[in-house]
Ligand binder design. Structure first.
Ligand code: SAH
Ligand code: SF4
Length: 355
């Protein structure tokens, strides 16, 4: 007789061997509890180790503006949040923060912001050019929806990667949570970025209000279909100054299972232990690193700006863990180490980009 345990193990083995599963099988893995969930985390950790080794890539993130023209229901930077102190870093401030991060040892600088038309694409392109000529770093941009022309200018200036999460693969939920936009448009942006030669990162939020387990399983399948080089997977955290203030937060345990299944299906994709996991649990990032993650993105935004980048609550409590040397020691304790090289995408990397 085939027991439920046998069925679970068979799905795990199939995932490890073929990196492919049906939506139903993914949902079964996401429902795992107790020993089964431990087996899932262990398998994801094995796959991570086999395909990507013990190195953890550190990406320094600089959040240079918290102004946003969009009004996403989940996000504290949304246009209608009048209680937030807004800031814009000057180009020289951004450059200095990036330069200092590269001197600390970071090999990737991520520039992120709300959607802020104040910064013209030419200005960002010049900044990227300057960063690439003064420091030996890869540059990731995460600036939301821009025009093809803007993406192209920044890519020609040397930007290597672009991070644009699809957040949810469910069209109705997407439309409700991101007013004035739709999932089809987001997916078009992602394929455009790929066409322009960016290493494309995307990702999703787990535990959004109104999201079913099957819908989360579908998110994982979409990540696989897109063959993303990087996937940011973080739990939903309700923010008091948003319409979702009274919604339940996402569950870290579910988020870790989503991460682990994603690792099984996308063995070469860079998976960060996201800041959101650290915001909901003091050991969130450690747990994520043991469930398939191989990237961390310390926040190198200068003070006082950092405290105003209030996407979701809980970020203030994780300020200690932002230096290169802190991570060096932290990783040693969990028998991991800082990875050498830029940590370029491992799936579609072009020959001019070495690891
Ligand atoms: N404006 C850009 C980048 C900044 S937002 C963009 O939207 O792409 C960065 C990420 O923060 C988003 O992709 C989203 O996944 C995450 N985020 C925003 N609000 C959140 C919340 N309340 N809980 C969890 N993640 C959130
Ligand atoms: Fe703006 Fe990004 Fe927040 Fe949406 S998620 S409101 S686009 S910063």
């Amino acid at each position: 007789m085939v027991t439920l345990e046998d069925r679970f193990s068979a799905i795990l083995d199939r995932a490890e061997k073929t990196h492919s599963l049906s939506r139903e099988d993914i949902a079964t893995l996401l429902r795992a509890e107790g020993e089964q969930s431990q087996a899932l985390f262990q398998k994801a950790d094995d796959v991570r180790k086999r395909h990507l080794g013990n190195g953890v890539h550190l990406r320094a993130i600089i959040e240079f503006s918290n102004n946003c023209i969009k009004n996403c229901l989940y996000c504290g930077l949304r246009r209608d949040n009048r209680k937030l102190t807004r800031y814009r870093m000057t180009v020289d401030e951004i450059f200095s923060a990036a330069f200092n991060a590269s001197r600390e040892g970071f090999k990737t600088i991520v520039l992120q912001a709300g959607e802020d038309p104040y910064y013209k694409p030419e200005v960002i392109a010049d900044l990227v050019r300057r960063m690439k000529s003064c420091s030996d770093v890869a540059v990731t941009l995460s600036l939301g929806d821009l025009t093809k022309d803007a993406y192209q200018k920044m890519r020609l200036a040397g930007a290597d990667r672009y991070l644009l999460k699809f957040e949810t693969s469910e069209p109705l939920l997407f439309g409700r949570l991101r007013p004035g936009t739709n999932l089809t448009g987001r997916l078009k942006q992602l394929s455009l970025l790929k066409e322009l030669g960016y290493q494309v990162g995307s990702g999703n939020i787990t535990g959004l209000p109104g999201q079913s387990l099957e819908s989360v399983a579908e998110d994982i399948l979409l990540l696989r279909e897109l063959e993303v080089e990087m996937a940011g997977i973080g739990p939903f955290i309700p923010h008091q100054q948003t319409p979702l203030r009274n919604s339940l937060p996402g569950d870290l345990y579910l988020n870790l299972k989503v991460l682990a299944v994603t690792r099984l299906l996308l063995p070469l994709t860079h998976l960060p232990a996201t800041t959101a996991t650290a915001a909901v649990h003091p050991s969130g990032r450690r747990l994520a690193l043991k469930a398939g993650a191989n990237v961390v993105m310390p926040d190198l935004t200068p003070l006082p700006y950092r405290s105003y980048y209030d996407i979701y609550p809980g970020r203030a409590g994780i300020q200690v863990s932002n230096s290169y040397s802190w991570w060096n020691e932290e990783l040693e304790q969990i028998e991991r180490s800082i990875a050498g090289g830029y940590g370029h995408g491992a799936i579609h990397t072009s020959p001019d980009q070495q690891f």
